[in-house]
Design a protein around this ligand. Structure first.
Ligand code: 26W
Length: 800
């Protein structure tokens, strides 16, 4: 039932745009600012999605289906305008009515509500869920301040607050009627019910107010939503008496305290902050979301017995794992189900995806802190652990060690809750995000659990949406692919890219392929003739941006020694967690080296180093189509999957990488001959790491490595200041936890193979076409299909 027929002609589109200028912005075309036009355009496009959303909601209500609920503390949604223009087929219409369309589109802001891989994966999976017509809702937090803006001062990273919605956000709908009340602190009282039923009286409450953004499917009518919660102070929290007494700060203290909960995203992507506010954020997210899920369930169902049949909740890492004790609390304390029934429903409802292998990234919370903030949840976790340990004692009588290892409670040195253990015990399915990662999880980090419950452990290799990362980011290459394949259906069936294989042998096609890559380099502002070598991801020692830098210095020294090479542009981009000293030192050193290299006329024809600041989804969409070489050089066994590797392969970049994460599956599918492999594999790396690895030995034995490190040490990149990077060099020569020096020689030699290959542009393009042609597997549609078949057991619902 379309309330208002939305036309498809330029005239009708312009009429809608004008009426939105009048009625939404209260202005006329003559006096409208560029922002007025942007907002009116956004509403014009949004209306079309809203119409489809209405039909989707009606169809879903009708179908009373099994729902997928994705709980994530982070979403990297990217800019919405281009996506929504593509998904409503109104791009040309918009372009036809506004000559300054591109300038207007620049006003579209990216909601940076995430740190990196985990947050962007969540967005790709939501896009595929809608495209596959799966009824789903993403739940998250609407942080007022997203991931910090990165600028450089004297080459050092400086963080600035990201007030992304300062000008408002035309893509969201507030839903104040669906506010929820969330409690903290307080006391737990016994009840006269069964022993495990209690009554919790929070000492503090805050309101959770949702706003949702539309998540359209591509090539289908389905429009799902992502619901983001913001904290609001309860009405009347402003203390007038104190205000009257001039105690202004105290007067608003309550308001500030409440609204602080969704104020800012924690910028850590691998080490836990341990901050109580972070724990408050996690509970705020799960409490609001579970209440909303239960409200939606009870709209169509009254029997708790079918809750787990109608509801599957995926936990995006351990950040939302408090949802497990929270569901128990609601079922037992509020709906008075008995414990065992509530536990059975809970286990059948939750799935848990682990995104890391780094011990420091596995969250644990102090028992004391959790007991203070969430006293009832601590009790429930104790009860879950009590039953679990009893099961272990029966299964492994007398094996105290195993019991201590597997317990939800870490006893030494401080009593802490192991959130990953809670997730595994409370979920019916656990998965890693690439084959190697899932295998290492089952063989190391979660080995005891995998031995106890082998059927619970799965692998679902990550994926990316080809809509944003090829069709939107690289329209010229998409057009060539569509022309070659004869239709755009590859966009929803990426394996069809296989049809490009024969074109790899077509010189004319290869030439057009090369021209498009050149065009994308010009668009990026880099030299179209140069090999564009990119390493774009968060800064972390295990991702080894330092190894790329040592190669840059080696190339620099070789060129200065008269050894020429094909021109190369090295592009670094990425943020470091503000508290991560070593990562920030690497950023500072890269900018120092870039300053010297780019200023050296001898070197300029052969090597340029760029470091565009403030890496995010929008910058990725600009850099990825221009890349020739994709750097995936993490220490084997450390990168859970990687998704940038998939985006670059899809856009025809060749990968130089280790046997780590999804690199392995990329190499298996594109062919070892179309991939530049180097370095230790995971087993060799683990052995060396646990053996007595002497990084200094590699420095002494390898002249080029020696030369590169000495250049840093002698101040070649710091105006002779030998101490400038002494700390960083000390860790590299002293510890080198991620075996950067051990892999240096293999890496540099493989880079020489890259240079050789680049000298034959035709052969390079052939390999590039084959990389794209064989990357169909890495579509998030395949990933979501696997989750639906193996973990969520959901079926699509078609929307008329
Ligand atoms: C507690 C702080 C914290 C915050 C975020 C710890 C860990 C995280 C994330 C799990 C880190 C993350 O983004 N992991 C990345 O997830 C991607 C999606 O699965 C993978 O492709 C990357 O390999 C993995 O590093």
């Amino acid at each position: 039932m379309d309330l208002r027929a939305l036309g498809h002609s330029p005239e009708e589109f312009e009429r809608e745009l004008l009426s939105n200028l009048y009625y939404q912005r209260g202005t006329t075309i003559e006096s409208a600012s560029r922002r007025d036009v942007y907002e009116a355009l956004a509403v014009t496009v949004r209306d079309r999605l809203a119409a489809r959303r209405a039909r989707t909601a009606a169809a879903h209500y009708q179908a009373n289906p099994r729902w997928v609920y994705y709980l994530s503390a982070e979403y990297m949604l990217g800019r919405q305008l281009w996506q929504n223009l593509l998904y409503t087929g109104t791009e040309d219409l918009a372009r036809s009515v506004r000559a300054d369309f591109d300038e207007i589109a620049e006003l579209d802001v990216e909601p940076g509500l995430g740190n990196g891989g985990l947050g962007r994966l969540a967005a790709c999976l939501l896009d595929s869920l809608a495209t596959l017509d799966v009824p789903a809702v993403g739940y998250g937090i609407r942080y007022d301040l997203g991931i910090f803006r990165q600028t450089f001062v004297d080459g050092a990273q400086v963080e600035l607050p990201d007030d992304w919605a300062f000008e408002g956000n035309p893509w969201e709908f507030r839903a104040p009627d669906d506010r929820e009340v969330v409690g903290f602190y307080g006391t737990v009282f016994p009840t006269d019910g069964p022993t495990r039923r209690r009554r919790w009286e929070p000492a503090e409450t805050v309101l959770g107010e949702p706003s949702h953004m539309l998540v359209p499917g591509y090539g289908t009518a389905t429009v799902n939503i992502v619901r983001l919660w913001r904290a609001r102070a309860a009405r009347g929290s402003f203390d007038l008496t104190r205000f009257a007494r001039g105690e202004y700060a105290d007067a608003v203290q309550e308001v500030v305290r409440s609204e602080n909960i969704s104020k800012v995203l924690y910028p850590d992507d691998s080490t836990e902050s341990g901050r109580e506010l972070r724990l408050k954020q996690q509970y705020f997210l799960v409490s609001c979301s579970l209440r909303d899920i239960i409200r939606r369930f009870r709209l169509r169902n009254s029997d708790w017995g079918v809750f787990a049949d109608k509801t599957t909740i995926q936990l995006n890492d351990t950040h939302p794992v408090l949802a497990i004790p929270e569901l128990i609390r609601i079922l037992v304390d509020e709906y008075e189900l008995d414990w065992d029934r509530a536990w059975d429903i809970t286990r059948r409802t939750f799935g848990y995806t682990c995104h890391t292998l780094l011990p420091e990234a596995l969250e644990t919370w102090p028992v004391a802190m959790l007991g203070r903030l969430l006293p009832r949840h601590l009790e429930i976790i104790y009860a879950i652990n009590e039953d679990f340990l009893r099961e272990l004692e029966q299964r492994y009588p007398g094996d105290a060690d195993r019991v201590r290892h597997m317990s939800l409670i870490q006893e030494e040195p401080e009593r802490r809750i192991r959130m990953a253990h809670l997730a595994v015990v409370g979920a019916h399915a656990v998965n890693g995000v690439a084959e190697l990662h899932s295998r290492l999880l089952a063989e190391t980090t979660l080995r005891d659990f995998a031995e106890l419950w082998p059927a619970k452990f799965h692998n679902v290799t990550n994926g990316i949406t080809p809509r944003r990362f090829l069709r939107i980011a690289n329209p010229s290459l998409s057009d060539l692919i569509t022309e070659a394949l004869g239709s755009e259906s590859w966009l929803t069936d990426l394996e069809q890219l296989k049809g490009l294989e024969p074109f790899a042998d077509d010189p004319g096609f290869r030439e057009r392929w090369r021209q498009i890559k050149r065009h994308n380099k010009t668009r990026l502002g880099t030299d179209p003739d140069a090999l564009t070598d990119v390493i774009i991801k968060r800064f972390h020692e295990y991702k080894r941006q330092m190894l790329k830098l040592l190669h840059v210095i080696t190339m620099y020294q070789r060129i200065r020694d008269g050894v020429t090479q094909p021109p190369r542009t090295v592009v670094f981009s990425g943020k470091a967690a503000p508290g991560y000293w070593a990562a920030k030192e690497v950023i500072r050193l890269i900018n120092a080296v870039a300053g010297v290299v780019n200023a050296d006329p001898l070197v300029a024809p052969y090597l340029t180093v760029l470091f565009p600041p403030d890496y995010n989804v929008t910058l990725a969409e600009l850099i990825i189509p221009a890349a020739d070489l994709s750097e995936q050089i993490s220490l084997a066994g450390k990168e859970a999957s990687g998704t940038g590797n998939m985006k670059l392969t899809l856009n025809g970049a060749l990968t130089i990488g280790t046997l780590d994460g999804a690199n392995i599956e990329i190499r298996d599918r594109v062919g070892a001959e179309n991939f530049f492999l180097f370095g230790l594999d995971a087993a060799q790396a683990a052995e060396l790491q646990h053996g007595n690895y002497q990084p200094r030995g590699y420095y002494e034995r390898d002249a080029e490595l020696h030369g590169a490190i000495d250049a840093i040490a002698t101040g070649a990149f710091s105006r002779g200041d030998t101490g400038a990077f002494a700390g960083l060099l000390a860790t590299l020569l002293g510890r080198d936890d991620y075996l950067t020096l051990a892999d240096y020689r293999s890496y540099v030699d493989t880079q020489d193979l890259v240079n050789k290959a680049w000298l034959d542009p035709d052969e390079w393009s052939r390999m590039s076409v084959l990389n794209t042609a064989r990357s169909g597997f890495f579509s998030a549609d395949r990933t979501v299909t696997e989750y639906c078949q193996r973990i969520w057991h959901t079926d699509p619902v078609s929307v008329p």
